[in-house]
Design a protein around this ligand. Sequence first.
Ligand code: MV4
Length: 495
Amino acid sequence: MKKILIANRGEIALRIMRSAKEMGIKTVAVYSEADREALHVRYADEAIYIGPAPSSQSYLMGENIIAACIATGAEAIHPGYGFLSENAAFAKQVQAAGLILIGPTPEAMEIMGNKLSAKAAALKHKIPMVPGTEEAITDVEEAKRRAVEVGFPILIKAAAGGGGKGMRIVNRVEEFMEQMELAVSEAISAFGDGAVFIERYVSSPRHIEIQVLGDTHGNIVHLFERECSIQRRHQKVIEEAPSSILTEEIRKEMGACAVAVARAVNYVGAGTVEFILDENLNFFFLEMNTRLQVEHPVTELITGLDLVKEQIKIARGEALAYTQDDLKINGHAMELRVYAEDPLNNFLPDIGTLQTYKTPKGNGVRVDDGFEQGMEIPIYYDPMIAKLITFGKDRDEAIARMVRAIDEYEITGIQTTLGFGKFVMTHDVFISGQFDTHFVSKYFHSDSLESGTDEEALIAALAAIIALKKPKTISSASDQQLKNTAWRKNRTQLS
Ligand code: MV4
């Protein structure tokens, strides 16, 4: 493999190109109108324009990407995460064009793309699963009887959903019919597929996922777990490896289950098997993600492996160079996703120019980003600016480094989740390791953040006075606009 095309943008495109470069492989970037000046375009050996800014007209245009691959003589495509990375139809088109997709087979993507077929594949291997229905609900009365059997609260999930999309909690049997109708119509409009199933609702879960790698020779290993319980509205904010809660025994069991799930679909490449863990440390299989994930760096830091290099070697047909017994956890890693979002304004995306952008440095700090000072964050794509990753000999050291790195990070011109990250890292409950997926909604309020500078406090106070004095007829929308434009935009980073 001498040249690969990276069908992505931002930090992950750069991350992939760096590993390719270290392997002596040339890189081809693709870019949209909004990314003409982007770092991934400058970093690549070649770059091809693929369409207008909206991803539906550029990064999701499989045909244009395959054409760019052929035109540049690249032999393989790395899809990164998001965009076309889990699109089985695209994977088939890549194969049909005589190219290699650096990822799993279209068949594995297809099975894991549907939660019910994923569960059916796992069921054959005695993988623990949350009690519920094993098939799509066709008879609502029968489903209701099953819900009573399982016990309320229950969850209705869309088979075509995933990552929390298309889920509904039903607390009482009286609500079942109504929620069912809503869930089905939502699933139809969101996914074009009304298939839904039910599961008992695990009320205080932890989200634990296992990284797996499979080669084309039938070898599959796991690279231990990542814990991703710190999230808000199904968007992960902080991830770590290893989990602070797993015992060596549960880790082994979960790892073996993850490998069995991967084996059920002859998994090739890097994948992640997602579980939830209840209060009694029982774990249940939820779904499998058939891509390289955003949070892969924490696994890299504790295993010493480069997951992108491993993906490329697997795609070249090489066998894994190690067995499960060769793999060990060393130290502890933390990741904070730095989003261009305003934690004081319900985490609304905050776009604009990075007036100051200085990343933290030093021992145990890694920053995976795709921006430089002076650049604008485009509105068209995910608002993630960077991933701040720290490593230490143990969890306490990884946390201390994270706090130090957050303090060193300088971002002005836009609001970010850095201050929010510091709130979590310094919270007793997080430090104790005794938390669940409700951490953010339980403990974070907009007044949890340290206040900004004196000048900002003054402007905020003035804005409040103006708001109090204004005639009642002024709408709350203008109130919001005042807050956004008068002082929030130019405030320096909370940290
Ligand atoms: C659940 C659950 C509780 N019980 N399933 C959300 C993401 C998707 N992969 C599945 N999710 C959940 N499934 C049962 N039976 C709770 C969640 C859930 C969750 C899971 C992991 C991380 C964060 C979460 C936040 C809310 C709900």
